[in-house]
Design a protein around this ligand. Sequence first.
Ligand SMILES: Nc1ncnc2c1ncn2[C@@H]1O[C@H](COP(=O)(O)OP(=O)(O)OP(=O)(O)O)[C@@H](O)[C@H]1O
Length: 375
Amino acid sequence: MKLESITLTNFRNYHQLSLSFSSSVNVFLGENAQGKTNLLEAIYVLAMAKSHRTPHDKELIKWDSDYGKIEGRLMKRNRSIPLELIISKKGKKAKVNHLEQSKLSHYVGMCNVVIFAPEDLNLVKGSPGLRRRFIDMEIGQIKPIYIHELSQYQKILQQRNALLKDLSTKRSSMTAMLDILTEQLIELAAQITIRRFQFIESLRGWAKKVHASISRGMEDLDIAYISSTPNVLENMELSKLKEEFVKGFQTVREREIQRGMTLIGPHRDDLQFEINHRDVQTYGSQGQQRTTALSLKLAEIELINQEIGEYPLLLLDDVLSELDDFRQTHLLETFKQKVQTFVTTTNVDGLDADVINQATSFIVRNGEVVSQTQD
Ligand SMILES: Nc1ncnc2c1ncn2[C@@H]1O[C@H](COP(=O)(O)OP(=O)(O)OP(=O)(O)O)[C@@H](O)[C@H]1O
């Protein structure tokens, strides 16, 4: 798929802006704090109906404005599809083909994106929350129902945690209510876990291939999904998974009441990476950890193509200069013809000359695009 054009109204520091894009590489070039990342963020928000930088939608609206709007024209399966997302203080409205969607989960997934930002370089070494967010964002765009399941899980988890807290401080004695919430949580936990296992199984194959290629065949990457619930393992059927969750929650019940929180479930799970059978988080060099993060992102591109039948857009936020020439060239060359790419950078010096010569560059200054060079 390709994003043909975008129009921003009161989005971040843009009052009004319309851009048409090249179907290969687009570079947003400018000094710091001019609005380069804001442009990339606009594309991400148009696709995912939320920002990769902030959970607070109101930050996306231009200061002193009541609403912000992003319109885009997406070329997908040889059809040009108008997309529109309006963000106001009351909430968000999403339109496809000018028709308002009753649920955002019906909208997300129309346009697929893979973003690689500086914080993703910490995907391997950083906190488990970062890795869970990575899994959730990716499954969400391939299987939009997952977004709904996840938000239901979060709601019940919150209720359950509140009740456990009251039980721990003896403000409540409603253990029957705890049983009901546990049962509801298990239904969703099992469904979420099975989707995550399936996702990791598919991602693993692609990540192995990509990583072998970036490391010139020297390194074998393996990924495992580590469940916080004992005996919950890959390839288990849904009914078996549920049984293990039931047993797990029985085992931790007293401890949960003492501690006042839910101790097992998808919100505590993690990913583990091994290179040549050694744990990358513990033993990997910084370079290996970065290459692993890059391999995961590139694997995701292939996985989306496998599931959706079209390549996603690739958004690279200030990361090219963080990668050495070989990794940079690998990243851009592999997908040059297939994947429409958007890059932000303050300086083209660190970038591969061939790539720059073929790219369309947009010079960004103080919330405006002041010039554009075509390839
Ligand atoms: N809601 C908003 N309304 C108006 N301006 C905003 C809003 N949010 C952010 N800005 C402005 O946007 C600018 C930052 O833009 P952006 O994050 O795109 O920078 P950048 O060009 O990517 O810079 P860097 O290279 O430092 O990352 C800042 O000047 C900030 O004050």
